[in-house]
Design a protein around this ligand. Structure first.
Ligand SMILES: Cc1ncc(COP(=O)(O)O)c(C=O)c1O
Length: 326
């Protein structure tokens, strides 16, 4: 019986969904949404905060500040509340309403940037705001998830070994790329492992992370409007880019079987299924990471009016995989 006294002490790490009956190909989806912050970002948040505490950067009168599209902000809000720090989250107008309300419920302050930087997008504008704040008052402590090695180290120490323990014969791992903390931590871990694992990064179309032109992206979590400073492409074997329409279809296909996941899971699953369709290697052991669950997206990805406005009336017309078609 797990009994805890701090919210970050619990994090389900052994739960996988086998997607064969839903998509027709075997893929084990590691569920990272079962903790009190509701996402994989809890791992990066606790690693970065506790490293800053050990180094004496965080003191009782510090004010944590971070730029986040939602999930890291919720995780930091939870940790700040538990440890007694103040926290200010700088986000933008694409942040989910529920993420903002969660941060406020946990006692954090939320600042929303509504004007994008002409060349560096919303992210550039958010970072400029955080920098100006830190320059104005030295009580502000910016953990900087985009550059902090604690972000990837969390996954090198935890997510990579968790997967390796359950799948000692793993062949391919699909990982969504946002800040690339999850990607770089897992990729570094498996580079040192006892057998080769193919590391496939999944990015959203319109992101500039692996090159290419910036484009409209409405689903938070994956993709960047600047190149992620943590990214070292020498650890990445392949990159798949997924259109948002495909992300949405994958999310709805999962939801119709009772699994309500977040947008980035739809992206990773769609990219992984496409890769598995192209490779068709018998006996392959494949794992993908699901960063969060779907409740934070009820007013966007799971709302028909929002979908039709952005992607057209036929966005949800797709064929189901049935037992007969497998
Ligand atoms: C829902 C979701 N998916 C994926 C990611 C990407 O993870 P990373 O920043 O480790 O690349 C994030 C990051 O915030 C996220 O919130």
């Amino acid at each position: 019986m797990p009994v805890i006294s701090t919210p970050h002490a619990f994090n389900e790490s052994r739960l996988y969904v086998d997607l064969r009956s839903i998509f027709g190909r075997s893929l084990y989806l590691k569920c990272e949404g079962f903790n009190f912050a509701g996402s994989i970002k809890l791992k990066a948040a606790i690693e970065m905060v506790e490293t800053a505490e050990r180094r004496g950067v965080l003191t009782p009168d510090s004010i944590l500040v971070e730029s986040s599209s939602g999930n890291l902000g919720v995780a930091l809000s939870m940790i700040a509340a538990s440890k007694g720090y103040r926290f200010l989250c700088v986000t933008d107008s694409r942040c989910n309403l529920s993420a903002r309300l969660l941060m406020e419920a946990l006692g954090s302050q939320v600042h929303i940037i509504s004007d994008l930087d002409p060349t560096r997008g919303f992210l550039g504008a958010r970072i400029d705001y955080v920098r100006a704040l830190c320059d104005s008052d030295d009580r502000y402590v910016w953990l900087s998830q985009y550059t902090n090695p604690g972000n990837w180290r969390a996954h090198y120490r935890r997510t990579g070994p968790e997967i390796a323990r359950q799948f000692p014969r793993l062949d391919v791992l699909f990982i969504g790329a946002g800040t690339t903390g999850t990607l770089m931590g897992c990729a570094r871990y498996f580079r040192e492992w006892h057998r080769p694992v193919r590391i496939v990064a999944v990015d959203s179309a319109g992101s500039v992370t692996f090159g290419g032109k910036p484009g409209r992206r409405m689903i938070p979590g994956l993709g960047m409007s600047i190149r992620p400073p943590l990214l070292d492409e020498s650890y990445v074997d392949e990159v798949i880019r997924v259109e948002e329409a495909e992300t949405i279809r994958a999310c709805h296909r999962l939801a119709r079987r009772g699994f309500l996941f977040g947008g980035s899971t739809g992206t990773v699953v769609s990219g992984a299924m496409d890769w598995l369709d192209r490779h068709r290697t018998p006996g392959l052991t494949a794992v993908a990471i699901a960063p969060d669950l779907g409740e934070r997206y009820l007013d966007t990805i799971y709302q028909t009016a929002w979908l039709q406005d952005l992607y057209g009336d036929h966005i949800l017309d797709f064929d189901e995989v049935t037992a007969d078609s497998l």
